[in-house]
Design a binder for this molecule. Structure first.
Ligand code: PLP
Length: 400
C-alpha cells in the first residue's frame, strides 16, 4: 500500500503534518470522501428524507436508502435489518430497552469484564429493574473470553448474551460464532458490540449468526453522530419501538397509533442524513482498499511496534497477543496521564485512562493504562517515533 498516497485522503494531516496519531480505537481520522459526500448533501440537497413529495426530497430519500443498502451489504445484512442511530452506544441502549420487557426475574444476562461501558451499563440497568442477574464470563489469566469459560456460565436461565466482539482496551477477539451456537441451545439472544471489529475485519452477521450487532461510523473514517444497529429481521419484527415520533408512525388516532415496517419503525425523528451518506462513502473507501489489505498493513505495524516496545526496559505491556492493532501498556512508576502529556510534546496522540472500560483496569489491577491504537494511515515512522517517545518519557520522569 502506498501510505503517502493514503495519508493524502485524510485531510487532518494537511493541517497537522507532524501528527503522529495512535488513538484510532477512540475515533479514526476522517477520510476526505466521507467529509465531501456528507457536505454535498448539505450544499446540494439539504432537505429531509422520507417526508416530502418534491424532487429534492425524493433525491434525498433515494440517497439515504442507497446508503442503507451499502451499509447492509458491508456486513451481510438485509437493508431492513439496518437501523441508523447516533452511534454504538445508542444502538446498544435501544436494544436493551427494547428487550427489557422480555426479561423475567431470575433471568441471567451474560456479560464480561472486557465490556466497554456502552455494552455493560444498559444491561446492568435492565438487570436492576427486572430483578435479573448479570453473570460474568470468567476471563483467562491473559484476559480473554473463551468458549470453555462461556460454557461454564451458560445455563437454562440465560436470556441474554451481550458481549464485545473485540475489546477496545485489550484488542482481543471473542470467539463469538461458537458462543452464539452454544447460546442457541438455550434460546438466549446474542447481542454483539462490534464497535472495534467492523472497522478492522470483515464481519458477516449471517455467518456469526448473532441476533443484534452495534457499531459506530466515527471509528471507520466516517463522521461522528452516526451508528448502526443491526437486528435479525425476525427479531426486530418481534420488538416494539422504544423511541416515538416523526416518520416512524404509520397511522395515528386520538388514543392509539400504529407504526411503520422495518427499518423506519426504529428511526424516530429526523435522522442524521449527512452522517448516513458519509458512512456509506467511508465504507466505499474501505472496500476500495479492501479490509484484508488494510489488515495486512496494520498488523505489520502492530508487530513492528510490539517488537520495538518489548525491548524497552521499565514497560509493562498488557496485551502482546491482541488480534486488533492496539498496544496497551504502562511505563512503570509513571502515571499514564503524565506519560501521554509528555508524548504529546512529541506530537504523539495516545489515549490514557480507563478507556470507558473500568472493569478492564480492575482486572489488570491498575488505575489506568496507555493505549496506542492504529489504522490504515499509520506508518513505520509513526511507530519509531512512539518507541523513541516512550524511551524519552521514561528517562525524563526517572531522573527525578
Ligand atoms: C468496544 C466499544 N463499544 C462501544 C463503544 C461506544 O461507541 P460510541 O462512543 O461511538 O457510541 C466504543 C467506543 O469507544 C467501543 O470501543
Amino acid at each position: 500500500m502506498d501510505i503517502k498516497h493514503i495519508r493524502k485522503d485524510f485531510p487532518v494531516y494537511d493541517k497537522h503534518p507532524d501528527l503522529i496519531y495512535f488513538d484510532s480505537a477512540a475515533s479514526a481520522l476522517k477520510v476526505q470522501t466521507a467529509i465531501d459526500e456528507g457536505m454535498r448533501y448539505y450544499t446540494d440537497l439539504g432537505v429531509n428524507a422520507h417526508r416530502g413529495a418534491y424532487h429534492l426530497a425524493y433525491e434525498t430519500t433515494e440517497l439515504y436508502e442507497a446508503s442503507r443498502l451499502e451499509v447492509a451489504s458491508f456486513i451481510g445484512a438485509l437493508p431492513e435489518e439496518i437501523i441508523f442511530t447516533r452511534g454504538a452506544t445508542m444502538s446498544l441502549n435501544i436494544i436493551a430497552r427494547a428487550l427489557e420487557q422480555t426479561i423475567q426475574p431470575g433471568d441471567e444476562i451474560i456479560t464480561s469484564e472486557l465490556e466497554h461501558h456502552s455494552s455493560l451499563l444498559p444491561w446492568m440497568e435492565v438487570a436492576k429493574r427486572r430483578q435479573a442477574s448479570l453473570v460474568y464470563v470468567p476471563l483467562t489469566s491473559e484476559g480473554r473470553i473463551t468458549v470453555s469459560e462461556f460454557e461454564r456460565v451458560l445455563t437454562d436461565k440465560t436470556a441474554i448474551v451481550a458481549l464485545t466482539h473485540v475489546s477496545n482496551v485489550m484488542g482481543y477477539m471473542t470467539p463469538i460464532k461458537e458462543i452464539t451456537r452454544l447460546a442457541r441451545t438455550k434460546n438466549a439472544i446474542v447481542i454483539l458490540d462490534a464497535a472495534q471489529s467492523v472497522p478492522h475485519m470483515a464481519v458477516d452477521v449471517k455467518d456469526l449468526d448473532v441476533d443484534f450487532l452495534a457499531f459506530s461510523g466515527h471509528k471507520m473514517f466516517a463522521p461522528t453522530g452516526i451508528g448502526v444497529l443491526y437486528g435479525k429481521k425476525t427479531r426486530l419484527e418481534a420488538l416494539s419501538p422504544v423511541e416515538f415520533g416523526g416518520e416512524m408512525a404509520d397511522e395515528v388516532f386520538k388514543d392509539h397509533a400504529t407504526y411503520k415496517a422495518l427499518p423506519l419503525r426504529f428511526e424516530a425523528g429526523t435522522p442524521n442524513i449527512a452522517g448516513v451518506i458519509g458512512l456509506a462513502a467511508a465504507i466505499r473507501y474501505i472496500n476500495g482498499l479492501s479490509l484484508p489489505t488494510i489488515h495486512e498493513h496494520t498488523e505489520g505495524l502492530h508487530q513492528y511496534l510490539l517488537a520495538g516496545m518489548k525491548k524497552i526496559e521499565g514497560l509493562t505491556i498488557y496485551n502482546a497477543t491482541a488480534e486488533n492493532p492496539v498496544v496497551t501498556f504502562n511505563i512503570d512508576g509513571i502515571h499514564p496521564h503524565d506519560a501521554s502529556t509528555m508524548l504529546d510534546q512529541f506530537k504523539i496522540g495516545v489515549r490514557s485512562g480507563h478507556h470507558c472500560a473500568h472493569l478492564v483496569s480492575r482486572f489488570l489491577g491498575v488505575n489506568s493504562t496507555i493505549r496506542a491504537s492504529m489504522h490504515v494511515y499509520n506508518t513505520i515512522e509513526d511507530c519509531d517515533a512512539l518507541i523513541s517517545g516512550i524511551i524519552k518519557t521514561r528517562d525524563f520522569f526517572n531522573q527525578f
